[in-house]
Design a protein around this ligand. Structure first.
Ligand SMILES: [Fe+2]
Length: 243
């Protein structure tokens, strides 16, 4: 075991304790490309608690084609996970929302009041990594017209968006959520640079793990070993702990 592993394995990491709440992850069992089953979900929650998080708002994908998850099913599954977590003696709080793909099914969900907002007010949205959703600005307005605040998940991962696009999206009232993994270079150098830039320029409001599996968690922990990254994160006013 390396010195780094000895120092950090199984111990609270200051940065996650400080962030307190994670608001983007795929921890509900068997519902998307995240945790495959209940024992794995329990293992992930145990580890997230161990590193310092006090609350996770987990956000399974809702995509019309791939993962047509319904609000009632997400809530029922989250209740089941919570039961198991309490039985296992975990103290970490779990709430469920969703990560909504802006596809042709999203408008129907929005119009029929079938979304699960984060903290009763935020809707976490994503787009394809290949091309933007047509008229996404219009969708941002529609979300606001229903009384919600949109949050764009991992803007730094959309290579087709520029810094001026991010500024425009923010000016429309859509908040931005950067992935912790982007900051470590997990998705490549370009995404890393944009993620850091979004934070430095005070454009990002939320930090999320976007955890799907154990390799993600191991990579996220590496943030603790970078004083530069810890300082960058700690010098920013995040909305996470207010959720
Ligand atoms: Fe995600």
């Amino acid at each position: 075991m390396s010195l780094f592993q000895r120092l950090f394995s199984g111990k609270t990491h200051r940065i996650f304790k400080w962030l307190a709440t994670d608001m983007h992850s795929h921890l509900l069992p068997g519902i998307d490309d995240g945790s495959p089953d209940m024992p794995t979900t329990m293992e992930y929650l145990t580890q997230l608690q161990e590193i310092g998080y006090q609350k996770v708002i987990t956000t399974p994908h809702v995509m019309r084609e791939l993962y047509p998850n319904k609000a009632a099913d997400i809530k029922a599954l989250a209740a089941k996970v919570n039961e198991e977590a309490v039985a296992a003696g975990l103290t970490i709080k779990l709430e469920a929302s969703a990560e909504y793909m802006l596809d042709d099914g999203f408008d129907t969900l929005l119009e029929n009041d079938q979304l699960i907002p984060i903290a009763n007010r935020y809707i976490l949205i994503e787009m394809s990594y290949v091309a933007p959703t047509l008229n996404y600005e219009n969708t941002i307005f529609k979300i606001q017209a229903q009384g919600f605040i949109p949050i764009l998940a991992h803007p730094e991962r959309y290579n087709y968006l520029s810094m001026s696009d991010f500024e425009r999206i923010k000016s429309l009232g859509c908040l931005l959520q950067v992935n912790l993994l982007s900051l470590t270079g997990y998705y490549g150098k370009h995404t890393q640079a944009i993620g850091q830039q979004l934070i430095q320029q005070k454009h990002a409001s939320f930090l999320g793990s976007d955890m799907h599996h154990n390799r993600h968690l191991e990579a996220i922990k590496e943030i603790s070993s970078s004083g530069k990254l810890v300082r960058l994160i700690e010098n920013t006013e995040w909305q996470n702990s207010k959720l």
